[in-house]
Design a protein around this ligand. Structure first.
Ligand SMILES: [Zn+2]
Length: 336
């Protein structure tokens, strides 16, 4: 089996000892879209011993443009991303223990899902779950590699508990962000997540083999504008997470959903959204479905669903009583 990794062990910063460390490591990848797919395929090929892949979504045609682990067969088979990823990657490297888990990661399950991990990798498309990863990481002293990509740009940073600044040092508060852009409203071209996912993978390898030279800055890249930026991030003295207050794990913030009895609808409450401009939201959503709004609410029809969104960030998702689906639609079209 050593021969499989020969090109990696010849690379002196990894070597045979580094390869053994990779083989004895367990990583958890949260989110398996474009970023997660690049990270998962690279780390399974690199021989990381255990790879757990968690994702809540199914595969759609518009994913195939950038999510390299999936194909048209997976869509015909209606496979969730985590399951399709597991099936494809088992064929790539049967010596790796690969576990695909279909789940919405939230404060009730994240600590269980990261149990035993040496490292957490962020393949997410929403901020709320990143704050949750940050809490779980600091609480359990598991490093994580933040990564995000949208449009033609992306960013990444390593968070090593008790060493580097954390994600809340970087992004102080989730409050008053208004509308967050998402890949569904701003689009994304594949090189942005590919390059960010590749940087995350490199940092993962460095952390797992115990290399001293890990990156301690925020790296930002715009592939379309050829802009490469490195920013020093400092510890924030008033950072609750660094002080051991895990507000997201304790669910003091965050999206709440409630199925509205007998109405075939789910209410989504987002205390972090702050006041949102329905006019701005309408311009984001108009290319994607049917939109009408007044100053009190915005009505958006897409596929077989209808969403009614209020200026305080609250939404009602009609034609479903599935809370996790409603939460997903909210994340997709309004952002969190
Ligand atoms: Zn912090």
């Amino acid at each position: 089996m050593i021969d499989r990794y020969s090109r990696q062990t010849i690379f002196s910063s990894i070597g045979e000892e580094g390869q053994r460390r990779l083989g004895n490591s367990c990583v958890v990848i949260i989110g398996c879209g474009a970023l997660g797919a690049i990270i998962a395929t690279s780390l399974v090929r690199a021989g990381v011993g255990k790879v757990r892949i968690i994702d809540r979504d199914f595969i759609e045609y518009h994913n195939l443009q950038r999510q390299v682990l999936f194909d048209e067969e997976d869509i015909k088979d209606e496979l969730p991303k985590a399951i399709a990823a597991e099936r494809h990657l088992r064929k790539v490297n049967s010596s790796v223990e690969i576990e695909g888990i279909v789940a919405d990661v939230n404060y009730t399950n994240i600590e269980r899902l990261v149990t035993g991990a040496n490292l957490i990798l962020d393949g997410l498309d929403n901020l709320e779950t990143r704050f949750l990863i940050n809490d779980a990481s600091l609480k359990h002293k598991i490093p994580w590699v933040y990564g995000g990509a949208i449009s033609s740009y992306g960013m990444t940073m390593n968070i090593i508990p008790r060493e580097t600044p954390c994600f809340r040092c970087l992004q102080a508060s989730p409050i008053s962000r208004g509308i967050a852009l998402t890949c569904d409203t701003a689009g994304v071209i594949s090189p942005a997540p590919f390059i960010i996912g590749s940087l995350q993978t490199t940092e993962a390898m460095k952390i797992l083999v115990g290399a001293g030279e890990i990156n301690r800055d925020l790296i930002m890249i715009d592939v379309w504008k050829d802009e490469f930026t490195r920013l020093k991030i400092g510890h924030r003295t008033d950072c609750p997470a660094c002080r051991g207050e895990y507000e997201f794990l304790e669910a003091r913030f965050g999206i709440r959903t409630a199925s509205l009895c007998g109405q075939n609808a789910v209410q989504v409450l987002n205390p972090e959204s702050g006041e949102i401009s329905l006019k701005t939201l309408a311009t984001h959503l108009e290319p994607l479905g049917e939109v009408s709004y007044n100053k009190f609410m915005l009505r958006f029809r897409v596929d077989s669903y209808e969403m009614v969104i209020f200026p305080d960030g609250r939404a009602i998702v009609k034609n479903t009583d599935d809370e996790s689906l409603a939460r997903g639609l909210y994340a997709k079209y309004i952002g969190m």
